[in-house]
Ligand binder design. Structure first.
Ligand code: NDP
Length: 339
């Protein structure tokens, strides 16, 4: 079978591609710029020979952008979408998220009659609202309208994180609305993870240039987060490799049809992540900062996830936080970013 994977040069995208290749798929990956992204991808997947194809989709927001890319594929995985908190221009995040999603769905409907399933990488931020006063458990029935409304009211004043949340909410909603309205011959499954962490295999030039989530982990473990965040931020996480595996299963499992799915392997405050990292044995890396060990132990998180749907639809064993953090630290060490 052949899978189209958009954003194949990204932190998640390349792990998704690797997972599909390992399971015998032919993968056609899309990137914005083959000249920039091609070499690393081609060398990473050299052993798969012509099972890995790379195509350029220069502007995913243009209608018809994926018309050629979708031809002849059996499953479409859309991971490409900007993930940054630094951009406070709403349209620069929302346009690629929403129009990119619609454009790949339109092309699929028009030119890929063989496709049975489309898998969209959404996010937990399409589900939960993070301005809440008391602890609340979110399920797939929830939508983050709060972010959409705030960005609508305040524009760039809503801040980069809120704009990112709105972009993911609007993109996922656009996908479900598309299905409802157009009744395509394929069905849709979305994956809604919190922070993806774990060793990257995409091209990373320096710790500074890490993708947003793994950079947050790096900053947390090296003591470089702003002080006030160590005891306050709810850091829900899951291993990037398990989320790649979930994309594969989402493409194949009948009961994934029409589902959104939260998935997480843990939730800690950054201080808790640091405490966990310091407790790991054996250590093949040097000393990490300690800050205030134990201060967040037992502290209540405000945002909680109901993972019943994950258990029902996918139900496989996720990597433990210990394994994910340990593999990340080994990777940071191998790259010479920590001692
Ligand atoms: P990366 O930044 O590593 O990858 C993002 C991918 O999307 C890259 O291929 C990038 O291409 C592409 N992309 C970004 N902006 C555009 C644009 N304007 N036009 C075309 N392509 C674009 O991020 P992740 O791998 O972490 O994110 C992948 C997906 O996972 C996203 O949909 C993200 O929202 C979602 N996600 C990520 C989480 C995380 O914690 N990492 C958590 C939950 C969801 P280029 O290199 O050319 O910019």
């Amino acid at each position: 079978a052949k899978a189209l994977i958009s954003g194949v040069n990204g932190y998640l995208g390349i792990w998704v591609a690797r997972t599909f290749l390992e399971h015998g798929y032919i993968v056609r990956g899309t990137v914005r710029n083959v000249q920039k992204a091609g070499q690393h991808l081609k060398s990473t997947f050299a052993k798969y020979g012509d099972h890995f194809e790379l195509v350029e989709v220069a502007d995913i927001t243009v209608s018809g952008a994926f018309d050629d890319a979708v031809k002849g594929v059996d499953v479409v995985i859309h991971t490409a979408s900007p993930f940054t908190y630094d951009n406070t221009n709403p349209s620069e995040l929302i346009d690629p998220a929403v129009k990119g999603t619609l454009s790949i769905l339109e092309s699929t409907q028009a030119y890929a009659p063989t496709v049975k399933r489309v898998v969209l990488t959404s996010s937990c931020v399409s589900v939960w609202t993070y301005l809440i006063d008391s602890p609340r458990t979110f399920t797939e029935a929830d939508w983050n309208d709060q972010a959409v409304n705030l960005v609508h009211e305040k524009g760039s004043g809503a801040g980069g994180a809120m704009i990112y949340c709105a972009s993911k909410t609007l993109a996922e909603r656009a996908a479900w609305d598309f299905v409802k309205k157009n009744k395509p011959s394929w069905d849709l499954a979305t994956i809604n993870p919190p922070y993806l962490i774990g060793p990257p295999i995409h091209e990373v030039y320096s710790a500074d240039k890490l993708n947003t989530s793994q950079k947050l982990l790096f900053d947390t473990l090296t003591g470089s987060l702003p002080d006030d965040q160590y005891e306050q931020v709810d850091f829900g996480f899951v291993d990037v490799r398990d989320v790649a595996e979930t994309h594969l299963r989402a493409a194949e499992i009948p009961q994934a049809s029409g589902t959104r799915c939260l998935i997480a392997s843990g939730e800690l405050f950054p201080q808790g992540l640091l405490d966990l990292a310091n407790s790991l044995e054996p250590k093949s890396w040097g000393e990490l900062p300690k800050r205030k060990p134990g201060v967040t132990k037992g502290k209540q998180h405000t945002i909680l996830f109901d993972l019943t749907q994950f258990g029902r639809v996918y139900g496989f064993k996720l990597r433990t936080p210990e394994e994910t953090i340990s593999d990340s630290l080994k990777d940071f060490k191998a790259r010479g970013w920590i001692q």
